[in-house]
Design a protein. Structure first.
Length: 171
């Protein structure tokens, strides 16, 4: 599906870890003691990996059922609450509407999705050649489908499955 929002993959930026830290601090203030852990995930969390310039944060909370209580506070700092957004047991928030800057993925402690996301990141950090292969594919797909996010995402699905499988065996 064509959209106004351009799929843009950029070379790694040394500012991404700082952007993560700044946002993590703001989220800690909102969620308080409900928040157990904050992780930088996705491609911007892997040094040297080309990525869409959107910081992905994974929040681990005590109870997923309480997260909706903070939707208004999240809106106040620029986020749109998207509910589960296709993944059961998750709460998802986007910041920046068409000029996305951050995605927040919230899971309850013990969710297998937490381990899956962290393993994917850690595997790519430990295997720079695989990270480079992934980054090159993303750059190529962004060039092929600059206004079609669905085709960009579909084009990555096979390599993501392979990396997830290899990461599970690696752990």
């Amino acid at each position: 599906m064509e959209s106004e929002r351009k799929v843009e993959v950029l070379p790694y930026s040394s500012t991404w870890p700082t952007e993560f830290q700044n946002e993590a601090g703001a989220l800690q203030k909102i969620f308080g003691s409900e928040l157990l852990e904050v992780h930088h995930i996705g491609s911007t969390a892997v040094v040297g990996l080309s990525a869409k310039p959107v910081i992905d944060l994974l929040l681990v909370v005590q109870s997923i059922s309480r997260v909706d209580e903070w939707n208004e506070a999240m809106r106040d700092i620029g986020y749109e609450a998207k509910g589960e957004n296709g993944i059961e047991g998750r709460r998802y928030f986007q910041k920046g509407s068409n000029a996305r800057s951050h995605h927040v993925h919230v899971f309850e402690k013990g969710s297998p999705a937490i381990t899956r996301h962290l393993l994917f990141r850690d595997f790519l950090r430990a295997h720079p050649a695989r990270a480079m292969e992934y980054g090159e594919l993303k750059t190529r797909l962004a060039g092929q489908y600059p206004y079609d996010i669905e085709k960009y995402i579909d084009g990555k699905s096979d390599i993501i499955r392979r990396i997830e499988s290899d990461a599970a065996q690696w752990s």
